[in-house]
Ligand binder design. Sequence first.
Ligand SMILES: *Cc1c(COP(=O)(O)O)cnc(C)c1O
Length: 387
Amino acid sequence: MSHDRPADQGFETLAIHAGQDPDPTTGAVIPPVHLSSTFAQDGIGGLRGGYEYGRSGNPTRTALETQLAALEGGTHALSFASGLAAEDALLRAALRPGDSLLIGNDVYGGTYRLVSRVLGPWGITHRVVDLTDLDGVRTALAETGARLLWVETPSNPYLRVSDIAALAELAHAAGALLVVDNTFATPALQRPLALGADVVVHSTTKYLGGHSDVVGGAVVLRDAELAEQVKFLQFAAGAVSGPLDAWLTTRGIKTLAVRVQRHGENALAVAHALAAHPKVARVHYPGLPEHPGHELAARQMTGFGGIVSLELADGAAARRFAESTRLFTLAESLGGVESLVNHPASMTHASVKGTELEVSEAVVRLSVGLESADDLVADTAAALEQV
Ligand SMILES: *Cc1c(COP(=O)(O)O)cnc(C)c1O
């Protein structure tokens, strides 16, 4: 473990080395995957390195948590079996029955489902707000007395950009915590804790894992007391990441910076090509100057990410497009090296149909991968011919 690694090292250095010191016993440059569910004690309670049982702690998980904390500029990171498991632990650590929270109007559908259908029946109320309307957020904080403001930026699937620093100020003035789901941007492009957020959550399933081969989630923060409560739920409710999952995620993270850079270049090429196509009604990509969040994104992020959404004439056209690409595989999820296409209204966002988070049938979301940009542009052009 590299807890004492200098905090001022560069992002790429931390991604490769934080928590990744060579194994002290063998010199293995890649620390081993510790598959053991339990750890020998030297006399009762005599733990070596603090490890006792795989749910309470595992060295491979510790290595991932050290790496995640370093990348987000946090002091504590806790890793979980999925993004939603991380969100659940955080929300139950931070809120109590009777509390309320505000969530953005196009947060991840699963977040909305967790808040409305799991936490709701346990007495936690929510209100949906437009995070780009700061006055509206201020009013909603005052009216609801919300303890927590949940922000996703850029959002899914409209890639709306909201102002983390401004929202942090509003939340703190109202005595609320600001949580940012940083899954889309990743710490390679956006560091919410440095902008004033209290907590960052991730679905590490996406860009951090980066290869569509592992499901996971994380909570990163600086408040030791809240971290202790999240850690307690990680242990007491038990939604931990397994050692192999933690190791795969760690391996993915080492190349995060270069992957995200190329995802962004390819996404921009695809977005430009789509924006120039007569059959495309609208392109949502913060890297395009005409995107309403472009300037804020340029200020708050160091790149625009790899997700592009487009609107076609109607739902039939959107479905036809999503079923016609060849390189872009029709599948849920995002952030892997391979390009994916998704029809949110009937796939990722089906669970928010009929709510304030409903997504237009005409929208298609692309997760632009690391294939050759020319091939990706050609694939979307060929699919548009079928529309
Ligand atoms: C996928 C996703 C989640 C949920 O993560 P899982 O790993 O699928 O549980 C949360 N937030 C965002 C933005 C996501 O894309």
